[in-house]
Each structure stands twice: as structure tokens, then as C-alpha cells.
Design a protein around this ligand. Structure first.
Ligand code: ADP
Length: 475
């Protein structure tokens, strides 16, 4: 349960949200900290310049004032900053050397010094590029000192320093405030973010729950979409659509298996009944022969149903792209017509070929033969003696059109949408007479579909029916 929670989408999204927000807060914090530090140092540097300038001015303005006095005076004037002030006298000639260092007693001897080269560099600097440096010196204490090297006439350098203690305290305080505020902000934002993510993902939970509640026995459940127009709404709609389609196909399967059982049961009941009656007493040879003949007929009928069902299940799901061989539809059609000629003649029906153009399509011969045979066989079976059946195969605008027209009994308009359903027969009471199982047109439709063919049926009761199948001409 615990690991499930950590793997949940809302947990992952919240985690991402916290990581990204945390990153932004840290970056903003670093930027804020750095600019605050820069502004504190700028302020300090300005103060250092002011003190250095004041020291020089005091010495220069009041004639006769020694450097010691000037340093002393400025130190007490800027007492609140506790500045370290000293004058570093440089040798003018005879190598780079410090001649003398004048400072107050508060500075320990030699503790506030940089190397000689730095002083000579400072001597060459002007007001726009003065040297500011940070000095960490044990003798000055544990906290570094910010210093300015200010060149004055001589060559002399007025060196002023202020401890970075106050700056460090201010920066530390800022850091604590930022950590607390940033942490608090992150915590509150993640609570809020988690709340929003959970709210947004709530319908997903209901999808999961409904999916769990749905079983093959109850596919009537649907998920409430509300008025959502977002991605989740789309997901829910798709899911509901899928369930609807599933419900339809499960219904179809149930209906189909019910129909199959029924269709198989009827002839079996007849066989059983006839045999039971036959066995009740001694019968004559003739009676045995009659019953055996009748049960043989029923067995043949059963065999046809099973054959057709097997054929249907074999071709179900076949797709056009699976056929890589080309076949001559015209030749197949002529072969089928030839095989049906005897049956039509027997029934007194004229079977005519109007026009057959060469037609090469990608497909399987056995399937196409069965398709054509079923349509022509129907046309003969549902046409009264003296009637006519016409067959043609045309090529027009890149399509081959197979047409089978009869002058038979026709199909009522309300039955037209149903004739391709399995076990559908228009007139059940006449099925013995016509020998129909209601599977022939299902096979026709299936074969046409998997060859990319489109079927059109037009019919008028007592006038006739025409079956037209268009095949795309793809070579
Ligand atoms: P069947 O084996 O009963 O012929 P089909 O699936 O081939 O089954 O046809 C379904 C139903 O469509 C038939 O029962 C029949 O009523 C009707 N039908 C098919 N073809 C024709 C036709 N040419 N003329 C009239 N009715 C037809």
C-alpha cells in the first residue's frame, strides 16, 4: 500500500513540482543573497573611501598636523565603525620597500599589511580604480577586514580597514530568513500543489474504480464526465466509448452463441425424436430406411451449419494487406456461373452472363469463389421458375463492379439492413423450402470486406434483387 502511494501519479507530479519550485526558490535566493552582499560591500567601500579621504584632508588642510594626529582624529570621528587607519610610506628610490608605517596603537605592529608590490600598485591607481581588498589576518581577529589602499602625495598610501563583522551578521541573518521563508513557501506551495493535482486527477480514480466494477456481465456502467472539456474529459469519453463498443460486441457474441446453440439444437432434437419413435416398436425395413434418410438429411444440414461457421471464423479478422497474390476475378466468376448452370436449368431459370471484363485484384481465390457462389446461389434459390438471373463484371473509374441481378421474390425494405447478420433469414417458415441457413450473406460480407469491397443491395418485393460489389483496382 505504501509503495503504491509512492508510485502514484499525484505523488510523482507533486514531487516534480516541489523539485522545480525548490530549484527556482534556491536560484532566486542565491541571486537575492549575492545582490544584497554586493550592495553591503558597496556601502562599506564608500565608507572606506570617505574615511581615507577625511584622513588625508585633515593632514593636508591643517598645516603642521602630523599624520599620527590626522589618523587619531579620523579614528575618533568615525568611532562607530572602529576603523583601522594607517599610513604606509613607500621608498621613492632604491627598490620597492616600505620606509615607515604610521598607525594608532589599536593596530598591532605588522598585522595590517599587504605585500610591498600591492602598495606600489596602489600608488599607481587613481580615484576610478582604487584597490579594495579583503584581508584575513589572525592578529586582526577571526573576522576578515575590508581594506582600501588610497594613494596620497608622497608616495604614501592611506590604508583604511573596517571589520566585515556587521556585514557577516547581516548576511547570516538574511540567510536564515531566506531558508525559513523559502522552506515555508515550498511547504505551503507543495500542499497547495498536491491539493490541485489530486483534484485534477480525481476523475482518473473514478475511471479506475469504474473499470474495476465493470465485468463482462455488467457493461452498462459509464463514468460521469460532468462538463469537462479537458484531456481527462477526453480520456473519460474515450473510455466510455470503448465500453459501449465492448458492450455491443459482447451482446453480439452472446446473441451469436445463443443462435448457434438454437440452430444446432433444432436438427438434433429432430434426429433424436425420430429415432426414439422408430425404436418404440419393431418396424419394417421401409420405415427404417425412411427415418434413416430423414436423419441423414438433418445430419447434412448440421454439417453445413458447422462448415459455414468454421469458414466464417477462419476468415474473420483477415485483412486486405494480407493478400499478396493477384487473382483473376473474371475467371473466378465464369467458373462459378458454370457450376451453377445445372441447378438453374433444373429450376427453369435463365442464368445469363451480360458482360465480363478482365479484372485482376489482390485476394484469395477460394474466398472470392465462395462469395460469388453464395450470391448467385441465393439469386437462383429466391427466384421462381421462369425467372432470370444476370451476372456482369465491369471496370469503371478504377473500380471493378460485380453485379448479380435477379427477377425473384425480392427482400422487404425493413429486412435489408439485417440480411448480412448471422442466421438471419427473411422468412423462417420457408427455410426448408429454400434450404437457407442465414449464413451465406455473412460470408459474402466478410469476404468482400477483407478484399476492400463495398456491397450495395437494391431490392423490390416480387420484382427482384440486385447485389453490387465494388472492388478497388489496386495493382
Ligand atoms: P440463406 O442461407 O437463408 O439464403 P443468406 O445469408 O444467404 O441466408 O441470406 C439471408 C436472407 O436474405 C435470406 O434468408 C433471404 O431471405 C434473403 N435473400 C438473400 N438473397 C436474396 C435474393 N437474391 N432474393 C431475395 N431474398 C434474398
Amino acid at each position: 500500500m505504501k509503495t503504491k502511494k509512492f508510485r502514484s501519479l499525484s505523488f510523482k507530479l507533486t514531487l516534480w513540482y516541489i523539485v522545480i519550485l525548490g530549484g527556482i526558490i534556491i536560484l532566486a535566493g542565491i541571486f537575492q543573497y549575492q545582490s544584497f552582499k554586493d550592495s553591503l560591500l558597496d556601502e562599506l567601500d564608500a565608507k572606506l573611501l570617505e574615511i581615507a579621504d577625511e584622513t588625508y584632508e585633515t593632514w593636508y588642510r591643517e598645516r603642521g598636523v602630523s599624520w599620527e594626529d590626522a589618523i587619531q582624529k579620523t579614528t575618533s570621528r568615525f568611532q562607530s565603525y572602529q576603523p583601522l587607519i594607517q599610513l604606509v610610506k613607500l621608498k621613492e628610490r632604491g627598490g620597492k620597500k616600505i620606509e615607515e608605517v604610521i598607525h594608532t596603537t589599536s593596530i598591532e605592529e605588522g598585522s595590517f599589511l599587504f605585500d610591498v608590490r600591492t602598495y606600489y600598485r596602489a600608488d599607481r591607481s587613481d580615484i576610478d580604480n582604487l584597490i579594495y581588498m579583503t584581508l584575513s589576518e589572525e592578529k586582526l581577529g577571526s573576522i576578515p577586514v575590508r581594506a582600501l589602499l588610497f594613494p596620497v602625495r608622497g608616495p604614501n598610501i592611506v590604508q583604511v580597514g573596517i571589520s566585515l563583522e556587521n556585514t557577516e551578521i547581516a548576511l547570516r541573518r538574511l540567510m536564515i530568513i531566506m531558508i525559513l521563508a523559502g522552506g515555508g513557501l515550498l511547504f505551503l506551495a507543495s500542499l497547495g500543489g498536491n491539493f490541485i493535482i489530486r483534484k485534477a486527477l480525481k476523475p482518473v480514480k473514478s475511471v479506475v474504480q469504474t473499470a474495476k466494477d465493470i465485468s463482462a456481465d455488467d457493461l452498462s456502467l459509464r463514468i460521469e464526465t460532468g462538463q469537462r472539456q479537458d484531456e481527462i474529459g477526453e480520456l473519460v469519453d474515450t473510455f466510455n466509448d470503448m465500453i459501449s463498443r465492448l458492450e455491443k460486441s459482447v451482446k453480439k457474441i452472446k446473441q451469436f452463441s445463443g443462435d448457434v446453440s438454437h440452430e444446432l439444437r433444432t436438427p438434433l432434437t429432430i434426429i433424436r425424436g425420430e429415432i426414439e419413435v422408430l425404436l418404440r416398436k419393431e418396424r419394417s425395413i421401409k420405415e427404417y430406411q425412411k427415418t434413416l434418410k430423414s436423419t441423414l438429411e438433418e445430419a447434412a444440414y448440421l454439417e453445413r451449419i458447422i462448415d459455414d461457421l468454421l469458414f466464417l471464423s477462419r476468415i474473420e479478422g483477415l485483412e486486405k494487406k494480407e493478400f499478396d497474390k493477384s487473382v483473376q476475378l473474371d475467371e473466378i466468376l465464369l467458373k462459378v456461373v458454370e457450376s451453377q448452370e445445372l441447378a438453374s436449368k433444373k429450376k427453369g431459370i435463365t442464368l445469363d452472363i451480360k458482360k465480363v471484363e478482365p479484372a485482376q485484384i489482390k485476394g484469395e481465390e477460394i474466398l472470392l469463389e465462395r462469395m460469388a457462389a453464395n450470391i448467385i446461389d441465393n439469386a437462383i434459390r429466391y427466384t421462381h421458375p421462369g425467372g432470370k438471373v444476370e451476372v456482369s463484371l465491369d471496370k469503371k473509374d478504377g473500380t471493378f463492379t460485380l453485379l448479380v441481378q435477379d427477377t425473384g421474390i425480392g427482400i422487404p425494405e425493413e429486412s435489408l439492413p439485417l440480411i448480412f447478420d448471422r442466421f438471419y433469414v427473411v422468412d423462417k417458415s420457408r427455410f426448408k423450402e429454400t434450404g437457407g441457413l442465414g449464413l451465406g450473406l455473412s460470408i459474402v460480407k466478410q469476404v468482400a470486406d477483407c478484399h476492400g469491397g463495398k456491397i450495395e443491395v437494391t431490392s423490390e418485393v416480387n420484382k427482384g434483387t440486385s447485389f453490387l460489389i465494388r472492388f478497388p483496382d489496386v495493382q
